[in-house]
Design a protein around this ligand. Structure first.
Ligand code: HEM
Length: 41
């Protein structure tokens, strides 16, 4: 989770920082990652 949050906040390769949502809060982005990872089973 910490590593994924680092990727999102700073960007990774072709992934833009914050997924381009510059007015999303860190908590909102973290909630999005928690949702995505909860579905990936
Ligand atoms: C809030 C919106 C978004 C969230 C929460 C999100 C989340 C993620 C996460 C968790 C990863 C995996 C990172 C890792 O492996 O460490 C990822 C990878 C990626 N995302 Fe997103 N993403 C978002 C928006 C976007 C958008 C808008 C784009 C393209 C314009 C994008 C392009 C990519 C790409 C290309 C990767 C693969 C990066 C790589 O490993 O080379 N993402 N994203």
């Amino acid at each position: 989770m910490d590593a994924l949050m680092h990727s999102i906040l700073n960007g990774k390769n072709a992934m833009p920082p914050k997924g381009t949502c510059m007015d999303c809060s860190d908590d909102e982005l973290k909630a999005a990652v928690e949702y995505l990872t909860s579905r990936a089973k």
